[in-house]
Structures are given as C-alpha cells and as structure tokens.
Design a protein around this ligand. Structure first.
Ligand SMILES: Nc1nc2c(c(=O)[nH]1)N[C@H]1C(S)=C(S)[C@@H](COP(=O)(O)OP(=O)(O)OC[C@H]3O[C@@H](n4cnc5c(N)ncnc54)[C@H](O)[C@@H]3O)O[C@H]1N2
Ligand code: MOO
Ligand SMILES: [Mg+2]
Length: 415
C-alpha cells in the first residue's frame, strides 16, 4: 500500500532543520583566509580609532586663535616651521602664528588645534596667508571618534566579508577564531542520469542537479565531494549513502524521494534507522523534499526535478549549513515587492516561483518557464516569489513576499 505522507508548513520544516543543526568546532586561522567563514569570537577594539588626532586634509596645522579676525581685507599670515606627511610626527610645538605643513593622515602637532586646507591659503615667502578665522577643533579627525579601545566592534556569529577583514587588519587580529565549515557530499541518483563526459543515449538525461548543488555550496566557500551518479538500484544506493555519511556532516542526494517504484530513498532512511524530520512539505515545487538526521549528520533528500531540488536547497539545506558554520541569522532574506505580471494559477500549497526582482522599482515577475522540471529559470532568476497556500488569482499590482538570493548589477547609475 502507498505510504501516506502528511505535509507540514514550510516554516515548521525550516525550524525542525535548524533545531537539529549543531555548530561545528572552533578553529583559529589566518585572517586573510577567513573570508566567508563566521566569527567564533567577538572582535574587540584593541585601540582607539583614530589612534591619534590627525589631519583629514592636505594643508597646514595652526593654532586657531592666531586666525582670529582674518578676512578678505585682513589676511592673516603664518610662518611654516615644519613639513610632515602621514607616518611622520612633528617635533615642533606651535607658538603664535607658526604653522606646520601637514598631509592627510599625519598626527596633529603639539599646540595646533585646527587644519587649513591647501586650497584655503595663498603662498608667501615665509608660509601662507588665510582669509577666514578657524575654530578650535576645526578640520580635525579626533582620536577615538570612530570607536574606543575595548568597544565590541563585531559579534560572534557574523559572516566574514571584506569589511570584516578590514576590521581584523585594523585591530591586529592576524589570526581569528572561526567555526569550521561542514563537509558536504553530493550523490545524484537516477538510472536516467549521465555525467557530462558520458554519451547520451535514448531515455537518458544530463545530471544537472549534482553540479548545481556543488555550485551552491562553493558559493558559500564550502568544500563538497561530488560522487558519481548512482543508478536507481537499492543495494548500490544504500551502500553509497551509508559509506558516505560516515565521512561527511551532510549528505545531499537528489532524486528518488517520491513514491515511484524506483524511488528508494525513503526505504534507505528507514534501513539506516535515521530520524526522518519530514517527508512532505506544503510547498511546490519540492513537496517531497525529505530531511533525515542520523548521529548529528544530515541527510537531505532533495527532489530530482531541478527547480524543486534548487528550492529544497535554498529553504532547508542553506539554513542548516549556515547554522553549522556558526552564523547567527540563518533564515532566508525576503522583501515585499509588487507583481508586474498576473499569476492566476491556484496555489494549493505555498508556491515558490523562480523570479526576476527589479531592485530599483521593487517589482517582480516569474523568470520564464517555471515548472518543477525547469532548469533555465534557476540560472536567470535572482529571487523567488512566494505565494501562500490556499490562494489563487494574483494579478499585476498585488504585493507579494520575495525571497532574495542574488544581487544583479544594473545597466547604469543615475548619480
Ligand atoms: N504519483 C506521484 N508522482 C509524483 C509525485 C507525487 O506526489 N505522486 N510527486 C511529483 C513531484 S512534485 C516531484 S518533484 C517528483 C519528485 O521525484 P523524485 O524526487 O523521486 O525524483 P526522481 O523521480 O528521481 O526524478 C524526478 C525528475 O527529475 C529528473 N532528475 C532526477 N535527477 C536529476 C538530476 N540529477 N539532474 C537533472 N534532472 C534530474 C528525473 O529525470 C525526473 O524527470 O515526483 C513527482 N511524481
Ligand atoms: O513538489 Mo514537486 O516537488 O512539484 O516539484
Ligand atoms: Mg521519483
């Protein structure tokens, strides 16, 4: 008899996955290698930034009181007594109308309390004249104005981007504590599949899911082992999954999770005595996506249909990967946008549509042919429209939720 599956809501399925996901161990690594890892320690300011009062301009350091009363008719003259660039410190202590010629980034000399830009001066034999009074502190970048020593700058759980690398460099974190990345194995299943270097014969198709999942993991800087495709043969598949899961944190299979005569994954989870978290989700595509856990390892049974496979990865595998690699916020990013096309089909389950989101106008439309078996829309889309289950008849102008996953460049800028 056919097994009866009970669909659960998408949010419940995501929460179940996250609940079982455990952070990987903490390792220390060279900060330059840490891009796309996640901070396993708070980053604390080891100095005030700026570290010293400095000039934000190429110009002259003066005592502001010496500029009192300056105007176009009463230019005030200064004598230049020293000349420094960034990295040098003046030994001079300014008196009266003395000035130091100073370049951007150099420390403000003793006695000086304002900076005059080069463009605001007229050169003389002894130095320069200026035509306006300066106030104390004018044009000075003050020590500690960005942050103070001891401030918490970044929290544990932050994904390391290039800005974080800049912060690590600023505060001398030559090594940084991060979470290890999970290791992932991919097994594409299906007797119809042939890899890219094998001959296509009648009834066969190319394996696109395996390479796609590999790409999705690599985008997150996660190492993946892509196994050869496996035929729909129970013994072969069972042995492959059993062997592979012992060496990886996550095994992602594609295909063979539905109710077909050659869909062996449900039986394999049973025979491995893995805990099946769910095997039916109230979503389309990807309703048969199955997730099982065994000894803290995840088995993702993604659907064989490419768009369903992709959707299953984005909704369930990605938050688990993010949790394992230590990220604090792991749910997908979503925004509201306005449909620019009708979508009148009924949505018995929550529907995910590969879509083009225009970030400037926040309008969105399906990205071409969009059935569960579509592959091209995965490449052309930058987002997914989400239509709640039990609805129908969406029309242009309706506001919808949109899951955002790629930013696309635009064809020009208005500023
Ligand atoms: N009687 C029912 N039949 C089906 C149901 C159902 O509820 N009752 N669900 C349908 C839905 S929805 C989906 S989605 C698929 C899921 O099927 P499986 O996950 O078991 O996947 P397969 O049967 O192995 O393959 C489905 C489809 O995808 C192609 N495929 C598989 N692997 C790849 C790959 N690596 N690269 C590219 N394409 C792949 C495969 O050739 C099939 O065409 O079940 C429906 N049926
Ligand atoms: O639910 Mo199937 O997964 O439509 O594509
Ligand atoms: Mg099937």
């Amino acid at each position: 008899m056919l097994e009866k599956r009970t669909p659960i809501p998408v949010s419940e399925a995501i929460d179940k996955c996250i609940k079982y996901a455990k952070q990987k161990e903490i390792i220390e690594m060279n900060y330059l290698e840490s891009l796309n890892y996640v901070l396993a320690e708070d980053i604390i300011a080891t100095y005030d930034i700026p570290m010293f009062n400095k000039s934000p301009y190429d110009g002259f350091a003066i005592r502001s009181e010496a500029s009192a009363g300056a105007s176009g008719d009463n230019r005030v003259a200064f004598n230049v007594v020293d000349h420094i660039g960034a990295g040098s410190v003046s030994e001079k202590s300014l008196k009266n109308n003395e000035a130091v010629r100073i370049m951007t980034g150099a420390e403000i000399p003793a006695g000086a309390d304002a900076i005059v830009m080069l463009e605001q001066t007229v050169t003389t034999d002894e130095g320069f004249t200026l035509r306006k009074p300066f106030t104390s502190g004018e044009n000075i970048s003050f020590q500690g104005e960005e942050c103070k020593k001891g401030d918490t700058i970044l929290k544990r759980g932050t994904l390391i981007n290039a800005g974080v690398i800049a912060v690590l460099a600023t505060f001398s974190y030559a090594t940084v504590k991060v979470y290890q990345k999970p290791s992932v194995a991919i097994i594409a299943t299906g007797s119809e599949l042939v890899d890219i270097d094998e001959e296509l014969s009648p009834g066969k198709i190319r394996n696109s899911n395996g390479p796609m999942i590999m790409g999705l993991c690599k985008e997150m800087n996660i190492e993946v082992l892509n196994y050869h495709v496996k035929a729909d043969d129970y013994e072969t598949l069972f042995n492959a999954v059993r062997n592979v899961y012992q060496n990886h944190d996550i095994v992602i299979t594609t295909g063979g999770v539905s109710v077909g005569d050659f869909d062996y994954m449900p039986q394999i989870y049973k025979d491995l005595t893995a805990d099946v978290l769910f095997n039916k989700i109230a979503m389309r595509p990807g309703s048969v996506t199955t997730v099982a856990v065994k000894e803290n390892k995840f088995l993702f049974g993604l659907s064989g249909n490419p768009s369903a496979c992709y959707t299953g990865f984005e909704l369930y595998a990605r938050p688990v990967l993010r949790t394992m690699m230590g990220e604090r916020d792991v749910y997908p990013t979503f925004v509201k946008a306005i449909l620019s096309e009708d979508f009148t089909k009924a949505n018995p389950f929550t529907r995910f549509i590969r879509a083009d989101l225009d970030y400037r106008t926040m309008t969105v439309k399906p990205s071409g042919f969009n059935k569960s078996n579509a592959v091209i829309a995965i490449a052309t889309s930058n987002s997914m429209i989400i239509l709640p289950g039990g609805t129908r008849g969406f029309v242009a102008g309706d506001t919808v939720d949109v899951l955002v996953n790629r930013l696309s460049p635009s064809d020009g800028v208005p500023w």
